[in-house]
Design a protein around this ligand. Structure first.
Ligand SMILES: *Cc1c(COP(=O)(O)O)cnc(C)c1O
Length: 230
């Protein structure tokens, strides 16, 4: 068994254990393998162990991997910052985008999504902890952007994503995840039907699952430590 296969098994076991402890169905929690900085061979190992959803942050790196891995039916997710000159390649090559934070970007993704593909699945990135350095929109702006994105024909709004501040106490992490869940609940009370909370990474995914995460984004716990600091 490869290290990646063993890591994947351990994470899946942990997801099940955590789900049971908080009385959730483990099948409602999907694992997204964040393969940024790892080579295509690592992705192949994870695929061989049963992983089907992968996420990338950097477009150029992602396109090279997508191209090299065309023989595998991978569901690709884009989770990095989006510049407007990159939207076409994202619209053409990914199934999901988690990092939408501007209407202009959403409009371009919708316009550029090929008709031959299903609608692009979208999460809005929310800056829950309110740090200046973090990507994402403030929670107050979420409802307006959600309504605008919902009206775009080639996008399907699925939910919200966040990357909370690092190195905080468990209570603070919990609170950030709770806030994202409450924000999603508010949107659904206003008539939206959003089913996705993209939250939780290698360090904090059990906390995120306890607070309702449906899609957790795991990099280092699966592939190992990232050496490349980009
Ligand atoms: C890198 C990254 C992850 C994965 O982080 P790990 O701590 O390695 O699990 C998840 N989400 C986003 C947005 C990232 O950039």
């Amino acid at each position: 068994m490869t290290t990646i296969a063993a890591n994947l098994q351990a994470i899946q076991h942990n997801i099940e254990k955590t789900a049971q402890a908080c009385r959730r169905n483990p099948e409602d929690i999907r694992l997204l393998a964040v393969s940024k900085t790892f080579d295509q061979q690592s992705v192949r190992h994870a695929w061989a162990a049963g992983q089907r959803r992968f996420a990338e942050n950097y477009l150029q790196e992602a396109l090279e991997k997508i191209n090299a891995l065309q023989d595998l039916a991978i569901e690709w997710h884009f989770i990095g910052p989006i510049q407007s000159n990159k939207t076409r390649a994202i619209a053409e090559n990914f199934a999901w985008v988690h990092s939408v934070e501007r209407l202009k970007i959403a409009q371009r993704l919708s316009d550029q999504r090929p008709d031959t593909l299903p609608p692009l699945q979208i999460c809005l990135q929310i800056n829950i902890s309110g740090e200046d350095s973090k990507s994402g929109i403030p929670p107050e702006q979420c409802a307006e952007l959600a309504a605008q994105v919902q009206s775009l024909p080639r996008l399907k709004l699925r939910g919200l994503m966040t990357v909370p501040a690092r190195h905080v106490m468990v209570e603070q992490q919990q609170r950030s995840f709770q806030q994202l869940r409450q924000l999603l609940e508010q949107l659904n009370q206003q008539g939206m039907q959003l089913d996705t909370l993209s939250m939780g990474m290698s360090q904090d995914y059990p906390v995120a699952i306890a607070e309702g995460a449906t899609l957790i984004r795991i990099g280092s716990a699966l592939f190992g430590q990232r050496h490349n600091s980009k």
